[in-house]
Write a protein that binds this ligand. Structure first.
Ligand code: HMH
Length: 205
């Protein structure tokens, strides 16, 4: 099994993770302001949680994967600063509680600390691959969101995701529990769609 197989075997779950009304509204400029603000604050919390997970993953990454995992962790640190700048511009508070979905995603990441390395690196790839596809579908995006869309559609981000794909596929050659890999892939994909749903719901209630 490799990363392509995971997506190919679960087209509906993957489509739900990467296409959502939230993104369509980013594309057309019809996203309610509270939905955007909720997404920004909750994704900031998520990125902090992802950094914790990724730092731990780096500690147990095999030598060939260290560069991509470390570079990604560094990029997440920069991304936190980027979120902080956006929040400041919008006078948005970032020290808000995690909503249920953000908390559930955090717990999934904590659980992955205990998972075999092939499961964890494949989950990281899936998380980032989902964002690349999701934002690519919203491109170029309405003027207000263009900078945001660009952040996850620049060639550097696509190259990073490809590096993760290679690291995951190298690990999957030796994965002794393909079922656990697949289950975790599905968990990540379902968290991704739940995250869009959570953000949009905040703007429509
Ligand atoms: C929910 N998934 C979510 N947020 C992100 N920022 C990424 C993936 C990519 O880092």
């Amino acid at each position: 099994m490799n990363t392509d197989d995971l997506i190919a075997r679960h087209p509906a779950v993957w489509a739900a993770a990467t296409n959502h009304a939230f993104l369509e509204r980013v594309r057309t400029g019809t996203l309610p302001e509270p939905a955007f603000r909720t997404w920004l604050a909750q994704d900031y919390l998520f990125v902090g949680d992802l950094l914790v997970f990724q730092a731990r993953l780096l500690a147990r990454s095999p030598r060939p994967a260290q560069a991509v995992v470390a570079a990604g962790a560094g990029a997440l640190v920069a991304e936190l600063a980027w979120f902080e700048e956006h929040a400041q511009r919008l006078s948005l508070k970032l020290d808000v509680p995690r909503k249920d979905t953000t908390e559930a995603y955090r717990r999934l990441l904590v659980r992955l600390d205990q998972s075999p390395y092939p499961v964890a690196i494949t989950a990281l790839w899936a998380t980032e691959r989902a964002y690349l596809e999701a934002w690519s579908g919203a491109a170029p995006g309405a003027a207000a969101y263009r900078e945001l869309v660009e952040h996850w559609t620049v060639p550097e981000f696509a190259e990073y995701v490809d590096g993760l794909r290679q690291a995951a596929n190298a690990a999957l050659q030796r994965a002794d529990d393909p079922r656990a890999v697949e289950d975790t892939f599905l968990d990540v994909a379902r968290m991704e769609s739940a995250f869009w749903k959570m953000a949009l719901a905040a703007g429509t209630t």
